[in-house]
Write a protein that binds this ligand. Structure first.
Ligand code: SF4
Length: 240
């Protein structure tokens, strides 16, 4: 894995390529971002942005959502998929906010991950974007890009989060995640478009891909003590 200085250099090169990098979810406050992020599991951000205006208009805070008729929430979030599971998570999360946090979104990882439907990735999204607390969400794009670059070396999101946050200053964590996500969506896809990548010169995957194939060894026939080419002795077949 790369040294911290190279991790920072690679992230800064990519940050220069995507000055607009930010979450693509629409929200006006931490509660709305928490709801939108829960809905974004197995759904596109654009798909989530299509359903949240109606949801937020009807249920603008934790108290309203916790008291909502379940079938109504299910119908509103239905287009994002897994609507029953997501409704259960949303309403459970809203009830927990009411019960334990006076209806407000807590500002710590420890408290956020205790909420129904909230894992480290969702918590980091909300901390970093809506609460001004450094957080580095690791999704499948961050995993793929950081492993290819060689700025992380694990398929475990929590381990990659530790590796990246250990190498980058906290003020860059959320931006680094947004940048790697955008790069994974646009350029470093399953089939990467390396000629469009600002960090190609630092990328381990790229280096391995363009390394010239080792030259074929020309096998010389061994020579005997006399300097003559040794000839293979053939066994004499007995005639039967
Ligand atoms: S050089 Fe290619 S594989 Fe490496 S990060 Fe850039 S796009 Fe991805």
């Amino acid at each position: 894995m790369k040294a911290a200085t190279d991790v920072l250099a690679a992230v800064e090169l990519l940050a220069g390529q995507y000055p607009e990098a930010d979450t693509e979810l629409h929200y006006a406050n931490p509660f709305e971002l928490l709801v939108a992020t829960i809905l974004s599991a197995q759904a596109t951000d654009a798909g989530v942005n299509r359903v949240t205006p109606a949801l937020f208009a009807k249920y603008p805070d934790a108290r309203a959502l916790a008291a909502a008729p379940r079938e109504d929430v299910e119908a509103l979030v239905h287009p994002t998929g897994f609507f029953r599971q997501k409704t259960r998570a949303l309403m459970g999360m809203a009830q927990a906010l009411v019960d334990s946090h006076a209806g407000e979104v807590p500002r710590t990882m420890e408290a956020l991950v205790k909420l129904p439907g909230v894992g480290r990735k969702t918590a980091n999204v909300v901390l970093g974007h809506a609460l001004g607390v450094p957080g580095l969400p690791v999704d499948r794009h961050v995993l793929r890009v950081s492993n290819r670059l060689g700025i992380a070396n694990s398929e475990d999101p929590e381990r990659v989060e530790q590796q990246l946050t250990g190498a980058l200053p906290p003020g860059l964590w959320t931006r680094a995640s947004d940048t790697l996500i955008l790069h994974g969506r646009r350029v470093c896809k399953t089939e990467p478009l390396c000629d469009q990548c600002a960090a190609a010169a630092l990328c381990d995957f790229r280096r391995r891909a363009v390394r010239p194939a080792p030259a074929k060894k020309i096998r010389s026939r061994s020579r005997g003590p006399s300097g003559r080419k040794a000839t293979k002795k053939r066994g004499v077949r007995k005639r039967s």
